[in-house]
Write a protein that binds this ligand. Structure first.
Ligand code: HEM
Length: 433
């Protein structure tokens, strides 16, 4: 359990520079077995790499466990709720970013923003990918939510949001000059911009745009918990879900692809075939074309498996849990270490190798039990399909129309959230120029 109060927090936060399972987990699994206890950020915690226990806990949501996030996260992102609030958030997110919306509306719009972004990158000497993809996703998500127009916005709000995200993992010391202080300040500014938009909409209830914000305002008539402040926090929370993980996946994809030219060739062949088979070469990406990207979707699965963007699922025990002769008492926290399953050599041979072709041989049962980049059970990510569609569309335009080379960076660091030291700088140019 480590030292009094801080427990083993420092050991957990020691950065690891590999895609492999964090040494904190590896060492303890070797020493104590697949389920062990520790103390982190002043809390007693059980960490599990055991598939059976993990699945059991996922099905216990709302019975003997509930969602838990680190105190800094829950203070800054108070929106991830329980019960009817959770259902509401899930449903509204799915109705704007779920499969139906992707098929009916989003796919061509994502294609357009990616085309515009890549065209602009191709005019620059170099692009820092994490910053540039985050900015693209920020502008696009807010455009979907309330028609945000980044080009005519006086400030680069995506930079402020990036500072906020960066500060979330810093020491929570609110003193001028600290990262955390800046994080709170930037969060306030983004929230204040959103609050202004919500107020404007509430003041002109007759105009209907049919977007996310209209939907939420409409629901204020039936859902008591939906206040002006709740809607602002809701949009902020969904923005966070989009901004950080998708950009991390995009950066890791390009980092891994730049190290594996043969995989880029196979990917390019798939996308050139899609373009060749099109009746109208100017038509936009269709749902059927997206669904036909078998290899691309294997590349994305492989990146999600290795990336482990969510380093675990966090739960708090509300009623004593008995498992294999042990008791996890109420009040303890549980971390389901899903990366351990995704990097298990018995399921994924040579687990650290980037090998998208491995997915051809995996059956759906094995996948469902061992691959959980988007969580599982009733809390399974509402943005999973959208995230896959964004990455696939990005790859479609990139490999069919552009060339890129890595200039520098792409050094992986887990703290324990995936990051890239010094970012990843690339140069992009149009293929036919
Ligand atoms: C690569 C991108 C993403 C990853 C890896 C990811 C991962 C996850 C994970 C692991 C969970 C489960 C958390 C838990 O059980 O504790 C989750 C939940 C959630 N995600 Fe995502 N996410 C991604 C993108 C998105 C996007 C784009 C959206 C919004 C459009 C989104 C919205 C949500 C929501 C609303 C929940 C909560 C669901 C609930 O509590 O019912 N996510 N996500």
């Amino acid at each position: 359990m480590g030292f009094p109060l801080i427990g083993e927090t420092i050991q957990l936060l020691i950065p690891s520079r590999s895609l492999d399972l964090h040494p904190f987990i590896k060492i303890r699994v070797q020493r104590y077995g697949p389920i062990f206890r520790t103390s982190v950020v002043g809390r007693p915690v059980v960490m599990s790499t055991d598939p059976k226990f993990n699945h059991y806990i996922i099905t216990e949501e709302g019975k003997s466990v509930e969602l838990w996030y680190l105190d800094t996260f829950s203070k800054m992102l108070p929106i991830y709720g329980v019960g009817s609030i959770q259902k509401y958030i899930r449903n509204i997110a799915l109705s704007h970013f779920g499969v139906e919306s992707i098929r009916e509306r989003l796919l061509p719009q994502v294609e357009q923003i990616v085309q515009k972004t890549l065209r602009s990158w191709s005019t620059q000497k170099s692009v820092e990918l994490k910053h540039a993809t985050s900015s693209m996703l920020f502008d696009f998500t807010l455009k979907q939510m309330f028609g945000y127009d980044s080009e005519n916005s006086p400030e680069k709000l995506s930079d402020k949001f990036a500072n906020f995200v960066h500060g979330l993992m810093s020491l929570p010391l609110n003193i001028p000059g600290t990262t955390y202080h800046k994080c709170l300040k930037d969060q306030k500014e983004v929230l204040s911009m959103m609050r202004g938009i919500v107020k404007e909409r509430l003041a002109s209830p007759d105009k209907h745009r049919g977007d996310f914000l209209d939907h939420a305002i409409q629901d204020m008539k039936t859902e008591n918990f939906l206040t002006e402040d709740f809607i602002v926090q809701l949009m902020f929370g969904i923005l966070f879900g989009t901004f950080e993980p998708i950009s991390a996946v995009l950066v890791l994809t390009l980092k891994l692809l730049s190290d594996h030219p043969l995989i880029v060739e196979e990917l390019t062949a798939e996308h050139e075939a899609i373009l060749r088979n099109r009746h109208n070469p100017d038509s936009s990406l269709s749902w059927d074309e997206y669904k036909s990207m078998t290899f691309t979707l294997n590349v994305i699965n492989e990146v999600l498996r290795l990336g482990n963007v969510a380093p675990g699922l966090l739960r708090r025990v509300t009623k004593d849990i008995k498992f294999n002769g042990y008791i996890v008492p109420a009040g303890w926290d549980i971390v389901l270490v899903t990366p351990a399953l995704q990097l298990n050599p018995e399921t994924f041979k040579d687990p650290i190798a980037f090998n998208p072709s491995r997915w051809k041989g995996l059956d759906s049962y094995t996948i469902s039990k061992n691959f959980m980049p988007f969580g599982g059970g009733i809390r399974q990510c509402a943005g999973a399909d959208y995230s896959r569609a964004v990455v696939a569309t990005f790859l479609h335009i990139l490999v069919s129309k552009y060339r890129w080379t890595k200039i520098k960076g792409g050094n992986i660091v887990r703290k324990p959230i995936l990051d890239f030291e010094g970012g990843l700088e690339i140069e992009v140019s149009e293929k036919n120029k």
